[in-house]
Structures are given as structure tokens and as C-alpha cells.
Design a protein around this ligand. Structure first.
Ligand code: PMP
Length: 375
């Protein structure tokens, strides 16, 4: 039978208790949310939703075409200018998602003959970028500059190191300064995904590259998503103008994809302006993360010390993690649950978002529920 193997895989998932299901989120969910990526609580800010509505009214429900045809509005170009300026880069290019931005950056900057060194903890979108790139990829152990140095030493010719700035599973940060130093020893480029750093790290949330003193460098390219701290949807690549011009001409996920919806561009632009006006939001998210970690640890739970706004709590088993998250939900708390095959190391976790708008009472309640439902 056609696709018969699908049923075998589905059976295996059911036996392992690892079936994924979609659950619509009600607009007025009563759950305390530590599961979303809305790090700064901006997704529902009236300035952000108002800008989305105004953009849709002015420009339409969709962008109507690829960026190079009809899909570029004034909002897209303003967003690109202000994003680049905010993060300290010469230029930026907006994509329909962070995933598309990562595919673009890696494929367009690693043509045939290029060595791509990729951190073992990288997000799936960077991994897929490596798979699609014409260059050859070498995966190196997680957050290990010495392993990067060794990998780069094996290769003559162009090379690029690809890494998350903040890793999505454990919320730990990459050693960006050391990564940049080993790249510079060999004349290699550095491409970093700051999905979890923008809006949280650096002065006023200007991102991990800025925090590491790498913003605006000729050999550094940063990708971001607009879907986390900016409370919208979409992605962007930031870097030297010549790199952005190259992507406009060579990146397939830019050229052949419909431009970002105007509502999403408008929402991201409004969120960015809010963040600039209220720089304390970034520091507050980091404070909430530190407080969550301290309280979880005090409650005897095994939590990874967070470098940004992701707090990861170890679970005893994949089934235990799934049950733990379900029990939290039944007690009024939404948390993320990472388990195989989403985690490469096979270690299951609850994943908590330290939203900057959580109150002390909410943090306390979240920790109490997690402790009481512990498997
Ligand atoms: N990179 C990282 C590290 C992510 O966590 C995500 C989103 N889960 C992405 C890229 C993809 O971004 P988007 O959701 O905008 O496609």
C-alpha cells in the first residue's frame, strides 16, 4: 500500500507514548503561559496589534507577491532599516520566517568548496541550511571553540562557522567571543542565529552580537526571528550591505517566497519601536529567568542556569516529561516539553519561557505547580 510505512511509524510513536497533537489555543486562555516565545509579552500589546491591523487595512491581508515583485512595502524597508540600526549592523533583509532566513544565510554563504562548521546544538533550521548548502558540513561538539579551531584547520579555502547564540533546548549561550576569535584566525565567516537573543541580550535587547562586541563586523552575519521577543512573525538576516545584496540576488528562500505579510511587518516594527522606547524590558526578562531558575533550584528541581530567557528543567524520561507537562496544564500552567526526537541528546526537559511581564506571584505559582506535579 502507498505510504504504508507511515502507519508503522505511527504505531511505534503510539507505543512509545510520543504522539504529537495540535491543540487550538483559545484567545482568552486561562492558563498561565510559560510555553510561548513571547519573551517580552508584546504579542498582545495594543500598539503591536494596532499596527498589525492598520498595516492589513493599508496594504492587504497578504503581501501579494515575492519581495522582488510586489511583496515589498514601505513597512518592509522601514523594518529593515530600523532593525539594522537597532542591532548595529549596516543592513538587514526581512524574510517570511526565521526558518527561511536561516536557510538563506547558510545556503547563500556556503557555496561549493566551502567548509561549514556547525555546532551540535544548533536549531533544526540551521541544520537544514547546512543540508541544503552546496558546501560540506562538519558538525562539532557543542559550544567548543577548540573543536571549531581543529575543524577549520583541516580545510583550505572559504569556511564559515554556524551557531545559535542561545540554544533553544537548554537556553545556554554560545561562547561567541571565542567563536569569533577562532574564525578570525582562519579568515572564516561567522553566521549566528540570535532567535532567542534579540530583545533579551545586549543593551536594551540589541542582541547577542552587540553584547559580544561583534555588531557591525565585516565577517559576522546574524539571523533573527520576529516571532519571539518582537511578538510578530517573520525573520531577518543582518550584516554587511554586500552580504545583504548578495542574499537579494542569490538566496532562494528570499527570491522564490512570498514576502512577509504587511500585518506581520507592521507588528514587528511597532514592537521594535516599543523596545527602543522601553529598554528595561530586556533586562526584566533576564531577571525573571534568574528568579525562575533560583526558585526551581531551591525547590530541588534540576534546572539549567539560563543565559537568556529560556529555562530548561530536566525530566526523568520522555514519557515522564509528556506527563509532567500535561499535569502542569491540568493545574493551569502551560509549559513547553522537549523530548526525543526533538532533542539530539535524548534528554527530555520541560522548557519554560521567562516572560518579562510575569509578576512575582506568577513566578511563584509556576514553580509551585511544577514542583507539585513532578513525576
Ligand atoms: N532559530 C531558532 C533558534 C528558533 O528557536 C526558531 C523558532 N523555533 C527559529 C530559528 C525559526 O524561526 P521562525 O519560527 O521565525 O521560523
Amino acid at each position: 500500500m502507498a505510504f504504508g510505512w507511515i502507519d508503522e511509524q505511527a504505531d511505534a510513536r503510539r507505543r512509545a507514548g510520543l504522539v504529537r497533537t495540535l491543540r487550538p489555543r483559545p484567545a482568552d486562555s486561562p492558563l498561565l503561559d510559560l510555553a510561548s516565545n513571547d519573551y517580552l509579552g508584546l504579542a498582545r500589546h495594543p500598539e503591536v496589534t494596532g499596527a498589525a491591523a492598520a498595516a492589513a487595512r493599508a496594504w492587504g491581508g497578504g503581501s501579494t507577491g515575492s519581495r522582488l515583485v510586489t511583496g515589498t512595502t514601505e513597512l518592509h524597508t522601514e523594518l529593515e532599516r530600523e532593525l539594522a540600526e537597532f542591532c548595529g549592523f549596516e543592513a538587514a533583509l526581512v524574510f517570511s520566517s526565521g526558518y527561511a532566513a536561516n536557510l538563506a544565510a547558510v545556503t547563500a554563504l556556503a557555496p561549493h568548496g566551502t567548509l561549514v562548521v556547525s555546532d551540535a546544538g544548533n536549531h533544526a533550521s540551521l541544520i537544514d541550511g547546512c543540508r541544503l548548502a552546496r558546501g560540506s558540513t562538519q558538525v562539532v561538539p557543542h559550544a567548543d571553540p577548540e573543536a571549531v579551531r581543529k575543524a577549520l584547520a583541516t580545510h583550505e579555502g572559504p569556511a564559515v562557522l554556524v551557531s545559535d547564540t542561545v540554544f533553544s533546548v537548554d537556553g545556554d549561550a554560545a561562547p561567541l567571543g571565542e567563536f569569533a576569535a577562532v574564525c578570525r584566525e582562519r579568515g572564516a565567516g561567522l553566521v549566528v542565529d540570535d532567535a532567542h537573543g534579540l530583545g533579551v541580550l545586549g543593551p536594551g535587547g540589541r542582541g547577542a552580537a552587540r553584547a559580544a562586541g561583534l555588531a557591525g563586523a565585516a565577517d559576522v552575519v546574524v539571523t533573527v526571528t520576529l516571532s519571539k521577543s518582537l511578538g510578530s512573525q517573520g525573520g531577518a538576516v543582518l550584516g554587511p550591505a554586500r552580504v545583504v545584496d548578495h542574499l537579494v540576488n542569490a538566496a532562494r528562500t528570499f527570491i522564490f517566497d512570498t514576502g512577509l505579510a504587511p500585518a506581520a511587518a507592521g507588528a514587528a516594527l511597532a514592537a521594535l519601536r516599543l523596545l527602543r522606547r522601553e529598554p528595561g524590558r530586556a533586562a526584566r526578562a533576564r531577571e525573571v529567568a534568574a528568579e525562575l531558575h533560583a526558585r526551581l533550584t531551591a525547590a530541588g528541581l534540576e534546572a539549567v542556569r539560563p543565559d537568556a530567557a529560556v529555562v530548561s528543567v530536566r525530566a526523568p524520561s520522555p514519557e515522564g516529561a509528556v506527563r509532567w507537562a500535561a499535569d502542569c496544564r491540568a493545574a493551569g500552567l502551560a509549559v513547553g516539553c522537549f523530548r526525543p526526537p526533538s532533542v539530539p541528546d535524548g534528554v527530555s526537559r520541560l522548557r519554560l519561557t521567562a516572560r518579562g511581564d510575569l509578576s512575582g506571584d506568577q513566578i511563584e505559582r509556576a514553580v509551585r505547580v511544577i514542583g507539585e506535579t513532578r513525576p
